[in-house]
Write a protein that binds this ligand. Structure first.
Ligand code: C2E
Ligand code: CA
Ligand code: CA
Length: 556
């Protein structure tokens, strides 16, 4: 055997060890030269024997002899009775002797440590021999501590195998374990240059990298890592290919902690999953959206409790007469720290966190109070259109709340309109159709908002009998320049009229669009061309004018 320091065996087609390097003999705990003549199958444990038999079968049946190598984990039976898990790399011997192969062995237990400290056995995962989650914590904390002095950073690469559950369910536990062992061994052996490899959970591995690593450098290293994982894994008679989703997070040692790094790397990994798997994602240094979500929820809750939300109103103008037909109420939230938060950002948070019911009831009540107050002050008012979220409509209390609010504020039902988006209608259309009918009988108009952006299912129109359809501003905005958008706007106007509904064009920003909408027979328009949404006080001038006036007063 030529390269004596390499731990390898030559094995004949019959399974007999022909030759073994001294380090291979040492690995088996056998005196040099004593492995020769023994059967390899006798020197490995039962699961490894199965592996080897499968490999032999495949190789002997293969029409063309495989040129490359393949890897299996094997457990060597040592002369003193102990067992040593190893990564075995097999290839056919190049000397032309049929079926003779070379097996290179690398013990999985040897592990040079980050920072030199040895991890106790209890911090290792028995399956792969890699540090477990607790081990990873020790390593990361040690790396962070050491890096503080050196003003370094630590990167964590979180590797989660894709669809691992289907391997578990489809091939069984043993095969799944072998896949994990093999991926662990590959990473451990090859990703050494990248960092220290751990297995932190079922199918989740981690590479801990010390020192400042640029994103550039990671972009160079990660494709290689992903290719290693993707190499076929042979287990018994099966050949499996696994891919992984990878998330990377980097922290300056002074600012980092194990939890922060893991949270960011885990978040980046789940982004990679959402991007379609088998890809990677770098966690930015921005706050994690789910943390933002939680913080936003808490602040929103307080804002609602402490009366720091407001409604602004945007006029909706009759295109034939130029008078203000109604106002749309739009929620506004000014947070001390975050500044102006858009409803497009906080409404979804309210919807997901159970706050929408309270928030929606608040805006209904606020709008009704405003209507009553205008009537008292100016002797006139306009219908107010309030946006209603799908989550609100699904709550049993919605109708009850609405009736109570109308009653308490002494507002005529005809002075209230509800704007419901198309997507809200998908959820429980039978319930909502019945509700819409009752509202109509009561005199509360229902408008379908953002029409054209959802499924635009014509059945909704049939079932909901909306009083209004609001054409989404994405069509209106571009109708002056795009013939297709003009055609869509025209079609929606004709459709709405055919079912007896009025049409409102949203997002009208120019006189040219107003003219076009007029020609197409659109009934109402709303947008910056007329006015931006503003606080209630700013609208008094509009309300005081007699409705006969076609000209709009300038905005305050
Ligand atoms: P929306 O119902 O489609 O409301 C119209 C949005 O378009 C408003 O944005 C308004 O400020 C904006 N807008 C009006 N005219 C123009 C224009 O000419 N050009 C452009 N580019 N934009 C215009 P805002 O106030 O940011 O509200 C965003 C969305 O948040 C609303 O879209 C609505 O879906 C939701 N929202 C607002 N207030 C409430 C509320 O009280 N309850 C519920 N459930 N949703 C609300
Ligand atoms: Ca709306
Ligand atoms: Ca809209």
């Amino acid at each position: 055997m030529s390269s004596l320091d390499i731990c390898q065996l030559y094995v004949a087609a019959c399974g007999m060890i022909d030759d073994a390097s001294p380090s291979a003999a040492a690995l088996f705990g056998a005196p040099p030269g004593t492995l020769q003549g023994q059967l390899l199958l006798d020197r490995v444990d039962a699961p490894s024997r199965e592996q080897l038999r499968g490999l032999w079968r495949r190789w002997s049946q293969a029409p063309v002899k495989p040129a490359g190598s393949c890897e299996h984990t094997l457990t060597a039976l040592r002369s003193d009775g102990s067992r040593l898990p190893c990564l075995g790399t097999f290839r056919l011997a190049g000397d032309g002797e049929a079926g003779r192969f070379v097996l290179r062995l690398q013990p999985l237990a040897e592990r040079p440590l980050l920072g030199g400290a040895q991890l106790p056995e209890s911090l290792h995962d028995p399956l792969t021999g890699l540090p477990n989650r607790r081990g990873a914590r020790e390593l990361i904390e040690a790396a962070l501590q050491m890096g503080v002095r050196a003003a370094e950073s630590v990167s964590v690469v979180c590797i989660d195998l894709d669809n691992f559950r289907s391997i578990n369910e489809g091939y069984g536990h043993d095969v799944a374990e072998e896949v994990l062992r093999c991926v662990g061994a590959r990473l451990r052996q090859r990703a050494l240059g990248l960092g220290r490899v751990c297995r932190t959970a079922g199918d989740e591995f981690l590479v801990i990298r010390r020192g400042s690593t640029s994103e550039e450098e990671m972009r160079r290293l990660l494709p290689q890592l992903m290719r290693w994982i993707q190499e076929p894994i042979e287990v018994g008679d099966e050949t499996l290919i696994v891919t992984a989703s990878v998330g990377v997070a980097t922290h300056d040692c002074a600012a980092g902690s194990f939890d922060a790094l893991m949270q960011r790397a885990g978040y980046a990994m789940s982004r990679a999953k959402r991007l379609g798997r088998n890809t990677w994602y770098f966690a930015s240094r921005d706050p994690i959206p789910c943390l933002q979500h939680q913080a936003l929820k808490t602040r929103l809750y307080r804002a609602l409790e402490q009366g720091r939300l407001a409604l602004h109103y945007q006029p909706i103008v009759d295109l034939r007469t130029g008078e203000v037909r109604a106002f749309e109420a739009l929620m506004r939230w000014h947070d001390e720290q975050l500044g102006e938060v858009s409803p497009a950002r906080f409404i979804p948070v309210a919807e997901e966190s159970g706050l929408m019911g309270a928030l929606g009831a608040w805006s209904l009540e606020q709008a009704c109070r405003q209507s009553a107050s205008w009537l008292a002050r100016h002797g006139t008012t306009r219908p107010i259109a309030v946006n209603v979220s799908a989550v609100q409509l699904q709550r049993g209390e919605f109708e009850e709340d609405l009736l109570r609010i109308l009653r308490e504020c002494s507002v005529q039902p005809g002075m209230l309109e509800l704007e419901v988006t198309e997507s809200a209608l998908i959820h429980d259309s039978a319930h909502l159709a019945a509700l819409s009918l009752r509202l109509r009988e009561l005199g509360v108009g229902v408008a379908i908002d953002d029409f054209g952006t959802g499924y635009s299912n014509l059945l909704y129109l049939k079932h909901f009998h909306p009083a209004k359809i609001k054409i989404d501003r994405s069509f209106v905005h571009t109708m002056a320049s795009t013939a297709e958008d003009r055609a869509i706007v025209r079609a929606v106007i004709d459709l709405a009229h055919a079912i007896g509904a009025r049409v409102v064009a949203e997002g009208v920003e120019s006189g040219e669009v107003v003219r076009m909408l007029g020609e197409l027979g659109c009934d109402e328009a709303q947008g910056y061309h007329y006015a931006r949404p503003c606080a209630a006080q700013g609208l008094s001038a509009w309300l005081e004018r007699e409705s006969s006036s076609a000209a709009l007063p300038p905005m305050p």
